[in-house]
Design a protein around this ligand. Structure first.
Ligand SMILES: Nc1ncnc2c1ncn2[C@@H]1O[C@H](COP(=O)(O)OP(=O)(O)OP(=O)(O)O)[C@@H](O)[C@H]1O
Ligand SMILES: [Mg+2]
Length: 380
């Protein structure tokens, strides 16, 4: 069987590049094809650096050449990634939906208590350590936890005058600028929020605050996938969402809903990927041992199933919990496996943001909610 280069090119035209609406050949991703008898060697350049994207591209190429050209062809694929995977440079982050705030990343979970806030806090301090300018907006109206996790529970944002307007100044801790709904509510009071009120309060914390220039604003969302999420997501131009899950079935079912929420037409926020938290337990005295208490690789499998990137796994480690409680995120403990794990995770998140911004226009806020006279109802 003589294989023709043209037939290979034609076959590769069946593969579309996500987000570009073009096929792989049109987009210029195919850089070279060589034929040696029944061997085909294809060189590809892709923008998405994740292992999953590379694997997926490889599988698609194998399939399409076997199907369209020659089922017994021996195929070699060389993939080059054209995206920064090493330490990211600040100026590579693009897209400015809100003046000064370059990327808004929402962290959600579906199920409560899976470690959303812990992951968000550690992502934030790790990004700050990497040299990014980071803001963190604690949008958990049911149980704001950032003031405690950052050891600033007794502080209040001050007012500053910016060009004749009074603005809230975020509280700063470990290099992260922080605003939390917890700064404005009393600890023992239950606050009943409705969607529009919550999004109004959050809009104020974004637009009426003096964040300055930020590379990333992380938003710690409340658990669930309710009306409140809809309001928040519709009123802010969120760059992408990170979904946190444990490997447990019940958590995965809710994470699936979380992903579906971001992907529904009325929200349409790109899912940057899924994080598997509490992936396994490692006792401090036996650091090589891994116990898969909640099951193995559940969130990883879910990300493959839903075709969204897998961002990485975080072990269940006592020091992570303790650090949260004492108000100093565990990723700040230098030269520890936990610090390293959060660095890996953060790099993946940043890479996904870079890849997303290369292939898609900024997310538009569907509406900026302005509900004059709306304030939270306090219930004693
Ligand atoms: N990888 C981990 N190792 C050890 N403890 C963890 C880990 N991740 C989270 N925890 C602990 O689990 C508890 C719940 O975590 P966290 O508050 O971050 O979850 P959440 O998803 O934000 O919860 P909620 O839905 O209530 O907002 C906390 O006590 C936290 O310290
Ligand atoms: Mg939380």
């Amino acid at each position: 069987m003589k294989i023709d280069k043209k037939d290979v090119l034609k076959a590769l035209e069946h593969i579309t590049v996500p987000g570009e609406g073009k096929n792989m050949v049109e987009s210029g991703a195919v850089t070279n094809i060589q034929i040696f008898g029944d061997e085909v060697e294809v060189d590809i350049t892709i923008a998405n650096p994740s292992l999953q994207a590379r694997k997926k591209t490889e599988v698609e190429i194998l399939k399409v050449i076997h199907r369209e050209v020659y089922e017994k062809a021996k195929i070699k694929i060389n993939i080059k990634v054209d995206a920064p995977t090493a330490k990211p440079k600040v100026n590579e982050i693009k897209g400015k939906p809100i003046p000064g705030i370059n990327n808004i990343i929402a962290v959600a979970s579906g199920k409560g208590g899976v470690g959303k806030s812990t992951v968000t806090a550690n992502l934030a301090v790790t990004m700050a350590k990497m040299g990014f300018k980071v803001g963190l907006l604690d949008a958990d109206i049911y149980g704001p936890s950032m003031p405690i996790m950052f050891d600033v529970a007794n502080e209040k944002p001050l007012a500053v005058n910016v060009e004749g307007k009074s603005k809230m100044k975020p509280v700063e801790s470990y290099g992260v600028k922080l605003l939390s709904i917890g700064f404005f509510t009393q600890r023992d009071q239950a606050v009943i929020w409705r969607g529009p009120m919550a999004s109004k309060a959050l809009n104020q914390m974004i637009f009426d605050a003096h964040w300055g220039e930020l590379d990333f604003m992380l938003i710690d969302l409340p658990p669930g996938t309710g009306d409140i999420h809809l309001s928040i997501m519709q009123s802010l131009p969120v760059t992408g969402a990170v979904v946190v899950s444990t490997p447990q079935e019940v958590a995965l079912a809710d994470a699936r809903k979380g992903v579906a929420m971001f992907q529904q037409d009325s929200i349409n926020v790109p899912v940057l990927g899924i994080v598997e938290n509490m992936a396994y337990f490692t006792p401090a005295e036996l650091p090589e041992n891994k116990y898969y208490i909640f099951g193995k690789e559940g969130a990883k499998n879910l990300s493959e199933d839903l075709n969204v990137p897998f961002l990485g796994e975080m072990p269940l480690v006592q020091s992570i919990r303790e650090a949260g409680d004492v108000g100093r995120p565990a990723a700040l403990q230098t030269a520890t496996p936990v610090e390293k794990a959060f660095e890996e995770l953060t790099k993946q998140v940043v890479s996904e943001v870079v890849a997303r911004n290369k292939t898609m226009p900024p997310t538009e806020a569907i509406k900026i909610t302005t509900m004059a006279g709306c304030s939270p109802v306090n219930k004693k």
